[in-house]
Design a protein around this ligand. Structure first.
Ligand code: HEM
Length: 481
């Protein structure tokens, strides 16, 4: 008996050592400046800043350490903007989305368990655009890329003509409800919250034994969005059958499905992904622009003066380079979307001299580059003019990548820029942005001042899928009154 117990203890000890060992001892490891349980976006960003100061091309950062060391996850963060572009554009091995596929798989498993509408055809693989890009699944990769193309076509159509936009718009009844689902979806999918990471790490068979009341709240809540999308599809199909002209996104996707190019749930998931990725992202940046202009009134006055002098007419980016410069300086200086998504490795590969294996995680430290003197002079200062060249045209820095780069970069980037350009043109025309006397946002253009602007709240705090300012309240003062 003693022998068996000793053997078990030795085996468990070995397993713990094996699972908890440092797989990349050459990659400097930076821990959060707080307990891992209280870690949040601020501390992740601090690791980016430290890495840039130490000129580390890559560092690792702990995401999860639980079950007495049996479950340990590290994130490998690429800091070099040039290498990052090369890796994300050329590598065939960095197109997985373990953390996101895990999120969608929970939704699928829950729906099957509870026999929600259309549960019979829903699988853990039919994830639309979020399917992994991997050589081991050429069919799935092709579907993911087609979904991506469809989303980008939608974005370009929305810009081409008023008519195009009208036709491609999804007409939901109950937009408020959809917005709540979309906010909750983006937040829960992207945040590095430990409970979610733990849950998606469990094997499907083990999860199946866990009573549904212990599943994260968002899993049951999000089923409502699927039901709304199914309603929308039914409503849409009252006026459309296969073979009719395909001038709506749903018609195009359903035609793709009928032609065997994607599955039924790829269609539904792509509509869901469009709702969840298109709203909060642009809204957060828009509020960041207004807040930053309130903090820098002389830049706001300059922008207003330029727009007023051209009677607020600016149809294209080139019609108001200063507005583009303000938007890009806000992407840099107020980077609420502070990092890329987590990309999982799909096959053994070499990245910057290190061998990575399947399911390891990498990402790019967007904010680290933004705040590095080497790439942006006086990084702690808000200077939109840095994005204008000698003749006064807008010029994007090769080091600035608010949407990341490569095969899984943001497919909504052109749409986001277009939306922000036109929203802000109109907002600046009608409102003056001012600081609220009871909610100060001190302007101190130093590293300390910049750091003090952000909350230290943990990943699980509301809205902490993004880097969040301590104060969010500012005034919109109508100009017309
Ligand atoms: C200013 C607004 C936005 C910013 C700053 C932003 C930024 C990003 C970033 C950093 C990523 C991760 C890329 C990577 O990990 O390589 C991403 C992914 C994504 N974004 Fe955006 N985004 C914005 C707006 C939008 C909009 C308007 C849409 C849709 C209409 C959208 C759809 C997506 C999708 C679907 C992905 C996942 C792509 C994939 O995994 O293949 N985004 N975005």
């Amino acid at each position: 008996m003693l022998t068996e117990v000793s053997a078990l203890a030795v085996s468990l000890g070995f397993l713990r050592w094996w699972l908890g060992r440092d797989k990349h001892p050459n990659v400097p490891h930076i821990r959060p400046g707080t307990d891992l349980a209280k870690d949040g976006p601020y501390y992740v960003v601090q690791s980016f800043l430290e890495s840039h100061k130490r000129e580390l091309p890559m560092h690792s950062y702990p995401l999860l350490e639980t079950l007495g060391g049996l479950l340990k996850m590290n994130l490998h963060i690429i800091n070099d903007p040039v290498k990052s572009k090369e890796i994300f554009s050329k590598s065939e091995a960095v197109g997985g989305h373990f953390e996101l596929t895990g999120w969608w798989q929970l939704l699928a498993e829950y729906r099957r368990k509870t026999k929600g509408r259309n549960w019979e055809t829903m699988t853990n693989e039919t994830l639309g655009l979020m399917r992994d890009h991997t050589r081991s699944d050429p069919k799935g990769t092709k579907i993911s890329k087609l979904c991506r193309r469809r989303l980008m076509e939608l974005a370009s159509k929305s810009n081409s003509s008023q008519n195009g936009w009208q036709k491609w718009t999804l007409r939901f009844h109950g937009w408020d409800r959809i917005c709540k689902y979309a906010n909750n979806a983006l937040e829960s999918a992207v945040k590095l919250d430990k409970y979610k990471l733990f849950f998606i790490n469990l094997p499907t068979w083990l999860r199946a034994w866990i009573p549904l009341r212990f599943w994260p709240d968002w899993v049951s809540f999000q089923q409502g969005l699927y039901d709304d999308i199914l309603d929308l599809q039914e409503m849409h199909n009252k006026n459309w059958v296969l073979g009719d002209e395909s001038d709506t996104l749903l018609a195009i996707l359903q035609t793709d499905h009928a032609q065997g190019k994607m599955e039924e749930w790829d269609v539904i998931n792509l509509i869901q992904q469009l709702c969840m990725t298109g709203a909060d992202t642009t809204a957060s940046v828009a509020s960041g622009i207004m807040m930053t202009l309130a903090r820098f009134p002389e830049k706001q006055a300059k922008l207003y003066g330029i727009l007023e002098s051209q009677d607020f007419r600016a149809d294209e980016f080139k019609d108001c380079p200063y507005l583009m410069a303000v938007i890009y300086e806000v992407y840099r200086y107020c980077p609420m979307i502070y990092r890329s998504l987590l990309h999982s490795i799909t096959e053994t590969t070499e990245i910057m001299g290190e061998t990575f294996h399947k399911d390891e995680l990498i990402c790019y430290s967007i904010t680290g580059t933004n705040m590095n003197e080497k790439y942006f002079k006086d990084p702690w200062k808000f200077i939109p003019e840095r994005h204008l060249n000698e003749p006064g045209e807008f010029q994007k820095s090769q080091y600035q990548t608010p949407f990341n780069t490569g095969k899984r970069s943001c497919p909504g980037q052109i749409l986001a820029d277009i939306e922000l350009f036109h929203f802000m043109k109109h907002f600046v025309k009608h409102f003056k942005f001012e600081l609220h006397p009871d909610h100060p946002m001190p302007v101190v253009e130093t590293e300390e001042g910049w750091n003090n602007f952000w909350t230290r709240d943990p990943h699980y705090a509301p809205m902490h899928h993004f880097l969040q300012p301590k104060e969010r309240k500012f005034l919109l003062v109508p100009r017309d009154e």
